[in-house]
Design a protein around this ligand. Structure first.
Ligand code: KMH
Ligand code: ZN
Length: 267
């Protein structure tokens, strides 16, 4: 059996003060993505930063990063429409106009650490319809059990082409805790034929990524989800991707290339 490995190099939260290996400039992000591709990643989940490292939905920066990556490797781009907690939903949704192959769709508003993650029902429907019309595949981010129900409503409203593609996010304060029980109970409820991966935030990243792979899910690796290789040892993106590729291979889940991922994701 195969596995799709996604690199999430940057995310919306950490800065270079937390981990000096965090790529934040277009050049740094493109380099991290190219290295991850060479190590076996087929998808790049992208967050952009401005010159002060703040999360941004600036279309010029996004276009630059997409073009720099495309010049270097054919990895599939999955643009984050989550962007960052301080960026307005109305700005975040414009990123799909750049027509990345995929983009995240966060179905519900929620507490997110000490902040708020705003995803209002009308905006989510407007964004889902735009993604459907532009042919940008939605990756559905499930932080809590009710988020799955909301995604099924969106599907029933005709807003989500199949196969549905889920990220089960574990360990965000305000969402499900990072436990195997939460993962198993969520996977059991996914519709037949869904594609899914675990996004395990923080210190349970390795165990839950391993459990997800062992259960037949895909995997995500990178500094968006954990800053450490192990306790006290800061990671870089390449180390995290290489570790995930090794983990997958050790349990006979050969990472697929871009063509394989395109097929499995129904792109
Ligand atoms: N870092 C994730 C838990 C998205 O990319 O759409 C939240 C996030 C969502 O960044
Ligand atoms: Zn993200």
């Amino acid at each position: 059996m195969t596995a799709i490995i996604t690199v999430a190099s940057t995310g919306p939260v950490a800065t270079k003060a937390d981990n000096p290996h965090l790529p934040t400039s277009p050049e740094e992000i493109a380099t991290a993505v190219e290295q991850a591709y060479s190590a076996g990643a087929a998808v790049a989940h992208l967050h952009l930063r401005d010159e002060r490292q703040r999360p941004t939905a600036d279309l010029k920066i996004a276009r630059t990063v997409m073009e720099m990556i495309a010049d270097r490797c054919p990895i599939l781009i999955q643009m984050s429409t989550g962007v960052g907690l301080d960026v307005a939903f109305e700005d975040r949704e414009k990123l799909v106009d750049l027509r990345p192959r995929m983009a995240t769709l966060n179905p519900c508003s929620m507490s997110f650490g000490a902040g708020e993650f705003r995803n209002p029902p009308a905006g989510v429907r407007r964004l889902a319809a735009k993604m459907r019309d532009l042919g940008v595949k939605a990756e559905l981010e499930i932080y809590d059990s009710g988020h799955l129900d909301e995604c099924l409503r969106l599907r029933d409203e005709g807003l989500l082409p199949e196969p549905l593609q889920f990220s089960i996010v574990l360990g965000v304060r305000g969402g499900m805790a990072a436990t195997a029980d939460n993962l198993v109970s969520t996977v059991r409820r996914l519709p037949e034929g869904s594609v899914w991966q675990v996004i395990a935030i923080g210190r349970s990243n390795l165990e839950l990524t391993a459990i997800g792979l062992a259960m037949g899910g895909n995997a995500r690796a990178g500094l968006e989800d954990t800053l450490y290789l192990r306790k006290g040892q800061l990671a870089d993106n390449l180390q995290l991707v290489e570790r995930t590729v090794t983990l997958a291979r050790d349990i006979d889940r050969e990472p697929v290339g871009v063509d394989g991922a395109t097929r499995l994701l129904g792109l």
